[in-house]
Design a binder for this molecule. Structure first.
Ligand SMILES: *[C@@H]1O[C@H](CO)[C@@H](O)[C@H](O)[C@H]1NC(C)=O
Ligand SMILES: *[C@@H]1O[C@H](CO)[C@@H](O)[C@H](O)[C@H]1NC(C)=O
Ligand SMILES: *[C@@H]1O[C@H](CO)[C@@H](O)[C@H](O)[C@H]1NC(C)=O
Ligand SMILES: *[C@@H]1O[C@H](CO)[C@@H](O)[C@H](O)[C@H]1NC(C)=O
Ligand SMILES: *[C@@H]1O[C@H](CO)[C@@H](O)[C@H](O)[C@H]1NC(C)=O
Ligand SMILES: *[C@@H]1O[C@H](CO)[C@@H](O)[C@H](O)[C@H]1NC(C)=O
Length: 479
C-alpha cells in the first residue's frame, strides 16, 4: 500500500482517496497519465468534519534517543548538556519537555550547539533580550581583489544592543581599510597578524604605530585614520560606542573626494583640476595596497604641530601586559586609567580554564558588549524580576548583557575559553555576587537564603573574577 504525503499532496505510490460521494476508492500513482492535474485549491467538502475525512495514524510517540549525561537529572540542577555527538538531541530535561518527532528543524546542528536553547535549565524563565549574535550569521562585505572582508553586528541584528556595535575585519597582507572617519568612537583589539595605524587629531598632531595580535587601538569620533595590514595580514575586532553603527556609513576619502566639485578640489589643494582625473569614482573600502615600508619612520609625517603626545596615544600594547592570575584562569584590563584617549572604553580580556567560570556578576555603570575569541561557553542573563535565559556561545559570537543585569560565563568546552568584555565606562568595574554575599553578615544571609552555617563558612569576601571548577560538567561537587 502506498502513502499520501499530507504536505505535498503527492501520491507516493498508491493511496486511498475519498471520492465526492464519500466512498473510498483505490487510485493509482500521480504519475499515471489518466489523472488530471488537480486545481490549485481543494474542494469545499474539505471544510470541517466529515465522516469521509482521512485520519493519518503515524506514531509520533516512539522517538528513539539516548539521553546525554545530566539530561535525566532535575531540571533546576541545569547541568550543561553536551548534545554535540548524540544522534538525536531531544528537548527534555529531567521530568520536563518532550520528544520532537519531526519535521526536522532544517539544520539540527543548531540544536546540537545550543543545548541550553533546546533543553533550557529549569531555572530559566520568562523572556529576556536576545543576548547573542554569531558573526557567522552576519552578511559578509567582501573587499576588492582578495584584499579582505568585514562582517558586523549592530542593532539591525541585535536590537537590544544599543550601546555598542562590533565589526570583525580581515585585511590580507598589504591591504588597506580605506582612510576614513566616523561619528562614533572606534576601539579595536587585534585578533591576529599585525597592522600599521595612523591618524591626525584636531591640533594637526599626527600618530603612527604598528600593532599586533592582542594590542588595542582607539580613534575618537571624527579623527581620520588609516589601517594597513603588514606583511602577514591581519584580522581585528572593532567596537563602536553606538549600537546602530554601520560599517557602510563611514566617511571614506574616496567618497569625500568624489562628492566635491572638481573646481573646489582644485582650489582647496592649489593644484589644477586635471590633478584629480584619476581619483576613484567609487568606494574602495577594503582594497590591496603597496606594502608598507618596514621602517615606520619612512611613513611618519609631522607638521609644525608635531606628533600626538605619548599620553594621548591611539594605541595600547595590551599584548605585552601580563595577565593577572585568578583561581579559574586569568584577567587583564585595559581602560582609560591606563589608556586615557579611549575615554569610556573599558575592557577585560578573560581566560577561563576548562571547568572554570567567570563568576556571577554585573556591571553597574554600563551595558556589556562581549566577544568570544576562543572556546565554548554558556551564560545566563538574569533580568529583574524573574526573567532568565541561558545562551550557548562559540568563538565568533557576540554577547550582550544590559547594565546591572547579572550573568556568569561558564567554560563548557575542553579548551581555554577566551573572551572580551567591553563597557562604556571610565574604568572597568563589576559587582561580584559571591563577594557581596560573603561580605554581608552571616546572620542576614542565613535569614535570607537559608544557607547552613557550614556553607556560610565557605563564602569569600574577595572578588574571584574567574572561579575554578570541575572539568566534569555534571559533577555535584566542586574542587
Ligand atoms: C592566526 O592565523 C593563523 C593562520 O591562519 C592561524 O594558524 C592562527 O591559529 C590564528 N591565530 C588565532 C589566535 O586564531
Ligand atoms: C611575518 O611572519 C614571519 C614568519 O612567521 C615572521 O618572521 C615575520 O616577522 C612576520 N612579520 C611581521 C611584520 O610580523
Ligand atoms: C614620528 O616623528 C616624531 C617627530 O620626529 C617623533 O616624535 C615620533 O616619535 C615619531 N613616531 C614614531 C612612531 O617613530
Ligand atoms: C559613557 O557611557 C555611559 C554608558 O553608556 C553613558 O551613560 C555616558 O554618557 C558615556 N560617557 C561619555 C563621556 O560619553
Ligand atoms: C549557626 O550559627 C549561629 C550563630 O553562630 C547559631 O546561632 C546557630 O545555632 C547555628 N545553626 C546551626 C544549625 O548550627
Ligand atoms: C561526572 O560526575 C558524575 C556525578 O558525580 C558522574 O556520574 C559521572 O560519571 C562523571 N562523568 C565523568 C565523565 O567522569
Amino acid at each position: 500500500m502506498g502513502r499520501f504525503n499530507a504536505f505535498s499532496g503527492a501520491l507516493l505510490s498508491l493511496a486511498i482517496l475519498p471520492l465526492a460521494n464519500g466512498a473510498p476508492a483505490a487510485v493509482s500513482s500521480a504519475s499515471a497519465s489518466s489523472s488530471p492535474n488537480p486545481p490549485l485549491r481543494g474542494s469545499e467538502d474539505l471544510l470541517g468534519y466529515s465522516p469521509s475525512n482521512v485520519l493519518t495514524t503515524e506514531n509520533t510517540d516512539d522517538v528513539p534517543y539516548q539521553p546525554v549525561e545530566g539530561q535525566n537529572l532535575d531540571a533546576i540542577d541545569g547541568f550543561y548538556l553536551d548534545f554535540e555527538s548524540v544522534e538525536n538531541p531531544q528537548p527534555i530535561r529531567g521530568s520536563k519537555g518532550g520528544t520532537d518527532p519531526g519535521p526536522q528543524k532544517g539544520n539540527d546542528n543548531y540544536d546540537r550547539i545550543n543545548s541550553d536553547k533546546l533543553a533550557p535549565p529549569g531555572t530559566d524563565s520568562g523572556s529576556t533580550i536576545n543576548a547573542q549574535w554569531p558573526m557567522g550569521l552576519s552578511h559578509n562585505r567582501l573587499g576588492l581583489n582578495g584584499a579582505g572582508w568585514a562582517r558586523q553586528e549592530n542593532t539591525e541584528v541585535m536590537p537590544a544592543a544599543k550601546a555598542m556595535a562590533g565589526v570583525d575585519m580581515r585585511l590580507e597582507a598589504g591591504a588597506y581599510r580605506e582612510l576614513h572617519w566616523h561619528v562614533a568612537s572606534e576601539w579595536s583589539l587585534v585578533l591576529n597578524g599585525s597592522a600599521r595605524i595612523a591618524a591626525m587629531n584636531e591640533e594637526g598632531q599626527t600618530f603612527i604605530d604598528d600593532v599586533s595580535k592582542g594590542d588595542v587601538w582607539f580613534f575618537p569620533p571624527g579623527v581620520p585614520h588609516s589601517i594597513q595590514a603588514l606583511e602577514n595580514g591581519t584580522e581585528f575586532l572593532l567596537v563602536f560606542d553606538d549600537g546602530s553603527f554601520s560599517e557602510d556609513n563611514t566617511f571614506l576619502t574616496s567618497d569625500v573626494f568624489s562628492h566635491q566639485p572638481r573646481e573646489v578640489l582644485s582650489k582647496n589643494f592649489g593644484v589644477p583640476i586635471a590633478a584629480f582625473d584619476n581619483i576613484p569614482t567609487e568606494e574602495l573600502y577594503i582594497f590591496p595596497g603597496t606594502p608598507a615600508p618596514k621602517d615606520i619612520q619612512e611613513q611618519n609625517v609631522t607638521g609644525s604641530a608635531g606628533s600626538v603626545p605619548k599620553e594621548q596615544s591611539y594605541s595600547y600594547h595590551f599584548s605585552e601586559q601580563p595577565a593577572h592570575e585568578v583561581p579559574g584562569g586569568s584577567v587583564k584590563i585595559v581602560d582609560p586609567l591606563t589608556f586615557p584617549i579611549a575615554s569610556n572604553f573599558s575592557a577585560a580580556l578573560v581566560t577561563v580554564k576548562p571547568g572554570g567560570m567567570r563568576e556571577i556578576h554585573w556591571h553597574p555603570s554600563s551595558d556589556e558588549w562581549s566577544f568570544f575569541i576562543q572556546g565554548k561557553a554558556r551564560a545566563t542573563l538574569f533580568s529583574a524580576p524573574s526573567s532568565a535565559t541561558t545562551f550557548d556561545y562559540r568563538q565568533g559570537d557576540v554577547g550582550y548583557f544590559p547594565r546591572s543585569n547579572s550573568h556568569y560565563v561558564e567554560n563548557t568546552g575542553d579548551t581555554d575559553l577566551i573572551f572580551l568584555e567591553v563597557l562604556q565606562a571610565d574604568h572597568f568595574s563589576d559587582i561580584s555576587l559571591g563577594q557581596w554575599i560573603g561580605s554581608t553578615s552571616k546572620q542576614i544571609i542565613r535569614d535570607s537564603l537559608r544557607l547552613s552555617n557550614e556553607t556560610l563558612d565557605q563564602l569569600k569576601t574577595e572578588k574571584q573574577y574567574v572561579v575554578a571548577g570541575s572539568t566534569n560538567l555534571t559533577s555535584f561537587t566542586q574542587p
